[in-house]
Design a protein around this ligand. Sequence first.
Ligand SMILES: Nc1ncnc2c1ncn2[C@@H]1O[C@H](COP(=O)(O)OP(=O)(O)O)[C@@H](O)[C@H]1O
Ligand SMILES: O=C(CO)[C@@H](O)[C@H](O)COP(=O)(O)O
Length: 483
Amino acid sequence: MTAGEQAEGPYVVGIDTSTQSTKALVVDVATGRVVASGQAPHTVTTGAGRESDPRQWWGALLSALEQCGPFARQAAAVSVGGQQHGLVTLDAAGEPVRPALLWNDVRSAPQARELVERQGGAAWWAERTGSVPGSSFTVTKWAWLAEHEPEAAKAAAAVRLPHDYLTERLTGEGTTDRGDVSGTGWWAAGPETYDEEILGLVGLDAAKLPRVVGPGEVAGTVRGDALPFARGTLVAAGTGDNAAAALGLGLRPGTPVLSLGTSGTVYAVSPRRPADPSGTVAGFAAAHGDWLPLACTLNCTLAVDRVAALLGLDREAVEPGGALSFLPYLDGERTPNLPGASGLLTGLRHDTSGGQLLQAAYDGAVYSLLDALGLVLDGEGDENEPLLLIGGGARGRAWQETVLRLSGRPVRVPEAKELVALGAAAQAAGLLTGEDPAAVARRWDTARGPLLDPVAKDHETLARISGVLSDAAPLLEGTPVTD
Ligand SMILES: Nc1ncnc2c1ncn2[C@@H]1O[C@H](COP(=O)(O)OP(=O)(O)O)[C@@H](O)[C@H]1O
Ligand SMILES: O=C(CO)[C@@H](O)[C@H](O)COP(=O)(O)O
């Protein structure tokens, strides 16, 4: 807050515990002004798996809040948004049995395939849970753990998602919410309950799962004095990071969002419950009613930054031209569903420049997201409606220009940087004021930002990438990742 600016209070805290870091914002409920903020990094294992120690998330949360100075302890309510799907296993004392298996760990791809085949096929899963589970989904990670580390699975007295783990450390109660639970693969989207049949299939007792807190309900209160908040501070349900960003943007049905972070995601709010048997669209629930059809890629900002580093180029040093196609599947891929794939480059010539190669990596990363946009919107929305571009990558010129050229749509880049944390803050604010959190965000005008005019759609590049994807299908199957 700058000198002379008057916050009216009360304050709320919104937290985003995502793959690479935890961010905290202290926000003034009346105006939406961010009065203090903090951020602290996480580490993620490399190699075959992607794992993080949940205790490190808690340490990062404390550090991010410490950076907020005295404001966090003045907050009246707090909420945690977090990376989706991660499998957190806790022992009877509430300590992690082992590091969490993250959403971008593809080792459970064989378990995903087997679960879909054994139980009803893709259409059955899509109708029953909203999604066809791939290796990102918690249910496949639990099946992997039970098969590869049965002792760890047996030792798990409680099973949580990342945002549940942090919320529980604040309140002492095991809770989750409608948005994040919808990405587990063991939540039935019709009746909106845990699915006993699926839990039976993977040998998981529902008693080990958290209570699902309903939209607008309180998850609990801060339980102790040694915590970064005052005892008795209200704790909201929290939610998955994409559902939190949807709240943070005050999203209405039909407006598409493209998020460029560790994951690339494309989504919209919809009143209709999605059930895409192709598995491209995950049929998540939105945090406060409605649905959140979403497609997600594993290779986004980290993959493109890695290509820039390999070339020794700045991430903005792209050049036009050339006829390259680069599928930057450095981590395997989820959309399209190719968990065993690796990066694939075609069209290299003597006169290809490094900048053209880098541009091709951006094109490959953005292609998959835009290709899924039609399925995500499923006939809702208007072609001329601006895409909302968010996430760390949205700050980059090369990302913005690639999205403009490959979508042919206008693009709006909200000025607010931390939309997940803002969405969590709006959820916490809603507890105090009784408002719908999306309405809180609209009142705060969080989606405000420059509108970039559309440019002619680059059909040639889109067709070239699409051709390589189908021609190279056997190569992209790759080999399953094992440890
Ligand atoms: N100015 C920028 N231009 C392009 N990319 C950026 C910029 N700033 C950050 N990034 C990218 O944003 C990513 C982090 O985005 P973020 O949405 O915070 O990730 P996550 O929430 O998945 O941890 C980094 O991997 C980095 O590559
Ligand atoms: O798996 C998904 C969505 O289904 C990812 O979007 C994760 O939720 C990770 O988010 P970021 O750390 O990239 O924000």
